[in-house]
Design a binder for this molecule. Structure first.
Ligand code: ASP
Length: 333
């Protein structure tokens, strides 16, 4: 198995956005982001791996996960485009880490890998996991094995393909998963990256495009038992540029919702995803009213391999870049 360490002095850029990994006690009686990249990296003991490591630090923001924006991801990509570093580690809150890692996977055309990570236990707690996660992310970002991969989500010594990873537990230090079938694509042990089957990475539809002036507003509606049609009608009348319907199972809605789905699809592009969170949404299995065959025939766009949260990002970027959503989503089938 190839080792990750470079024999010559490696150069790392750590871009920090805040989150639990950066949090210390605050006046509200809880914790809040306060630490910068220098302190975060110091705790990871990177000089124990690379005594001559050259490290740069950029504080892109100092926010909780919920306040991370797509605009910040564009900022991180601009850093990757302009850096002379061999790899980038992004630290941020875990609550939206899956969105950031996937956004970076879509946007990072710099050729410099970005490994996104965070922490479940803040630095004031025993067993804080941030330092080990940063160490693992640095080992990943600086590895030759990730060349050609725009981004990864590195957590709990596992490496995930951002197209499939999700946060699936509120507090566990093993909070990230790529679903029951795929799983992680690699792991770290003994300060080495093991990536026996690097993913074949299709070219992002957004690679090489200039940053759009404005991003779009996309609604996301998860459908469940007894879902009222008003949810979809409110979206149809609220000025969104597009919507994602997260359907049950393979991508289905209750029969009573069909008129509201049709009204919605008349006003904006609507992507149909599965609320299960992993696997590919179906296209040709269920023919009953509310099944995916009829929904797709009525003009909904299949999310393919993407879960609803990721489909929301792709639809936003497609519309913001002025690309046809159906063509963009065809690349994720
Ligand atoms: N639970 C979060 C985290 O892991 C808090 C946040 O996302 O800001 O960082």
């Amino acid at each position: 198995m190839p080792e990750t360490s470079s024999p010559t002095a490696p150069h790392l850029l750590l871009a920090a956005l805040g989150g639990t990994i950066a949090s210390t006690a605050n006046a509200a009686g809880g914790v809040a982001p306060a630490l910068g990249g220098v302190e975060i990296a110091a705790a990871a003991g990177l000089d124990g791996i690379w005594p001559d490591l050259q490290a740069d630090f950029t504080q892109v923001a100092q926010v909780s996960s919920a306040n991370v924006t797509l605009e910040m991801l564009f900022d991180v990509v601009e850093l990757a485009r302009s850096t002379e570093a061999d790899g980038v580690v992004l630290t941020q809150g875990t609550d939206t880490l899956e969105e950031s890692a996937f956004g970076l996977w879509l946007l990072n055309d710099s050729g410099v890998h970005i490994a996104a990570t965070g922490a479940m236990r803040n630095p004031t707690l025993p067993g804080a996991d941030g330092p080990a996660n940063v160490r693992a992310a640095a080992l990943t970002a600086l590895s030759d094995q990730v060349s050609g991969l725009p981004a990864s989500l590195v957590f709990d010594d596992e490496v995930h393909d951002p197209r499939f990873a999700r946060k699936s537990h509120v507090t566990s230090t093993a909070a990230f998963s790529s679903g029951p079938v795929l799983g992680a694509i690699g792991w770290l042990s003994e300060d080495a990256l093991h990536l026996p089957h690097p993913p074949r990475t299709p070219k992002s539809p957004f690679a090489g495009l200039a940053r759009p002036e404005r991003l779009s507003k996309i609604a996301l509606a998860e459908v469940g038992m007894g879902e009222p049609e008003e949810t979809l009608d409110l979206i149809a009348g609220s000025g969104f540029a597009g919507a994602v319907v997260s359907g049950v199972g393979g991508g289905h809605v209750p029969e009573e919702l069909l008129p509201a789905v049709a009204r919605l699809a008349e006003t904006m592009p609507v992507v149909l995803a599965s609320r299960t969170g992993s696997g590919a949404s179906l296209t040709k299995t269920y023919g009953y009213p509310g099944g995916e065959i009829g929904l797709l025939e009525s003009g909904l766009i299949p999310a393919g391999l993407l879960d609803a949260r990721k489909a929301r990002i792709v639809l936003n970027l497609a519309l913001s870049f002025g690309l046809a959503p159906a063509e963009v989503f065809a690349g994720f089938a």
